[in-house]
Design a binder for this molecule. Structure first.
Ligand code: ADP
Length: 275
């Protein structure tokens, strides 16, 4: 076990979640200061790089990381910072936007299944199939009888992936309304961040309570062994990154991966190279 006890952020199967009881400002699992956290983050990043190389070399396990959270909660930041320097050959990001007409002509998991990781690969979902019980619910894009069935579909779909050798980790980046205001204002204040400002975020912000309710249902209904939700206090970016990096490193270490066996008589080739 690492020096950060992240297990307290794990959602147990069938645990009922009220987000008001989860502090987005929390940083209590780290016993030292922010500066030391940043140093630890660098160490974890180097460990992640090594473990990812091993994962790729071994070519056995598949890792799926799901990132969900309100607008500005830091999904892009996690991808940029936690995976900084990791070999792009074995890591892929799949972003799920408003579905295209072809995607809408299929069931909602069709586009998702295609993006799941192959052996030796880490895939990060920037948004995911959970949008189909989040934005779809909040904006009435499908009637309740349709989206209510989806929690079961999703659990079964993820079980299928687990049974076939995928390790799934789902992170809910938990910020509050005040933090979102600060982040949106900072996008307005900083010219290099203007491109990130989406007027739609202001509209979505007004639906905060409804999104929160939809997230509570997701967290309460879809955390299962092999595909747990982790509620990440995400107001403080350094803590968010530290927590996610620690979960990843601990999970990859638990896989007890090994480099593939070398060819027989490795040494005999040396002579051929030297002569
Ligand atoms: P992001 O906010 O992820 O950086 P965008 O600004 O392009 O990127 O937002 C993507 C949008 O696509 C979000 O508003 C999200 O709710 C929406 N979206 C994703 N999946 C679906 C879906 N299945 N149905 C409807 N909208 C979706």
């Amino acid at each position: 076990m690492s020096d950060l006890n992240w297990k307290k952020y794990l959602v147990k199967p069938d645990q009922t979640i009220a987000l008001s009881e989860w502090d987005p400002q929390d940083a209590s699992a780290w016993k030292s200061n922010r500066k030391e956290a940043e140093a630890r983050n660098q160490e974890l990043n180097a460990e992640l790089e090594t473990l990812q190389e091993l994962l790729f070399a071994e070519g056995k396990h598949k890792i799926l990381i799901v990132l969900q959270g309100m607008d500005t909660s830091g999904k892009d930041g996690v991808i940029r910072r936690v995976f900084d320097g990791v070999n792009p050959q074995g890591v892929r990001v799949a972003s799920f936007k408003v579905p295209t007409s072809i995607e809408l002509a299929h069931d909602y998991l069709w586009r998702v299944h295609q993006q799941t990781p192959g052996r030796g690969e880490i895939v990060i979902f920037n948004r995911s199939h959970y949008e189909d019980v989040l934005v779809v619910r909040v904006h009435n894009l499908a009637p309740p009888e349709v989206w209510k069935r989806r929690y079961d579909h999703i659990n079964h779909f993820e079980q299928l992936l687990i049974d076939e050798g995928t390790t799934i980790l789902k992170f809910f980046l938990h910020i509050n309304l005040d933090e979102q205001r600060e982040r949106l204002l900072s996008r307005l204040d900083t010219p290099s961040k203007h491109w990130k400002f989406n007027p739609g975020d202001i509209k979505e912000r007004k639906l905060w309570d409804q999104y929160e309710k939809a997230y509570e249902a997701v967290l309460s209904k879809t955390s299962q062994p092999g595909a747990p939700w982790i509620i990440v206090p995400a107001n403080r970016k350094w803590y968010r990154d530290l927590l996610i990096s620690t979960v990843l490193v601990d999970t990859l270490k638990d896989l007890k991966m090994e480099y593939p066996k070398a060819v027989e008589d490795l040494e005999s080739y040396r002579a051929e190279l030297i002569d």
